[in-house]
Design a protein around this ligand. Structure first.
Ligand SMILES: [Zn+2]
Length: 266
């Protein structure tokens, strides 16, 4: 009995951390399908799946606006890196950020024919200060992470990325560049390169960073007056010559930003 309750509790906490609403939906499911029901495991799994998918794709997108956030409107120029971000409700932003994302993706695609703006973690649909782990700051609808831009060996731009999750494959500093990872590690910030454990596997290893593409994307983001801060690792900031003072260092208490770009509303 104790272990069963404990296991339910662990599942509720994990689902809440990963998807915000999954824990509550799981709780409703186990209360609804009591322990006396026959084949309760299969029934619980199917009821949970049905409720979760209905909530995620039909209900939440319609009620989140009442709480000040919207689901990111995808277009042919603006896409999630994988279904996971949408399935886990990690794709919500304030309306102003939704508008900026759309405009940035259109302007960027005009310069980089066919290259999309690919987003990673944004925010959950509800409750300010509810963090979207592992990002403590993605808790107010104002934050978003987007992928770097890559090119093939022949220099041709591509929408492919190098990490399955979207995080953790770093564009490491050259010998002559600032190695912020070493600096932060030497100060005892052990978590600084933690995303290396979050790749879920690496793919397309022959791709290289498109400095031109990534620099153009950063410049499009910086053009937007309502974007207040952009985080990218110091050596990439220098390499891409991003001198705008909105481009800041996020601090050693965060994680390294040479696998993605983070930006946020004022
Ligand atoms: Zn971020």
């Amino acid at each position: 009995m104790f272990w069963k309750t404990f296991l339910h509790l662990v599942i509720i906490i994990l689902l809440t951390i990963v998807t915000q609403v999954g824990g509550i939906i799981y709780l409703i499911t186990i209360l609804f399908i009591g322990k006396k029901k026959s084949k309760k495991q299969i029934k619980r799994l199917s009821v949970f799946t049905a409720l979760y998918l209905t909530a995620t794709f039909l209900i939440i997108p319609n009620i989140a606006p009442f709480f000040g956030r919207e689901k990111i409107k995808e277009t042919q120029h603006l896409k999630a890196h994988s279904l996971f971000y949408k399935l886990a409700n990690r794709n919500y932003v304030k309306p102003a950020l939704n508008k900026s994302l759309n405009e940035i993706s259109i302007a960027f695609e005009k310069q980089q024919n066919g290259i999309q703006l690919v987003y990673l973690d944004a925010n959950f649909p509800f409750i300010d200060k509810f963090p979207l782990l592992p990002h403590l700051s993605h808790n107010d609808g104002k934050k978003i992470d987007v992928s770097l831009i890559y090119e093939k060996q022949n220099g041709e731009g591509t929408n492919m990325k190098k990490s399955i999750s979207g995080y953790g494959v770093f564009e490491t500093p050259k010998k002559t560049e600032t190695n912020q990872n070493n600096i932060c590690k030497s100060k005892g910030y052990w978590q600084y390169d933690f995303p290396k454990y979050l790749t879920l596997g690496t793919v397309n290893s022959t791709l290289k960073l498109s400095e031109k593409g990534t620099s153009k994307l950063a410049r499009e983001i910086l053009k937007h007056k309502n974007i207040g801060k952009v985080f990218i690792e110091p050596h990439l900031k220098n390499r891409l010559r991003l001198t705008n003072n909105k481009v800041r260092f996020h601090g050693c208490q965060a994680v390294r930003h040479d696998d993605h770009i983070h930006f946020q509303l004022n």
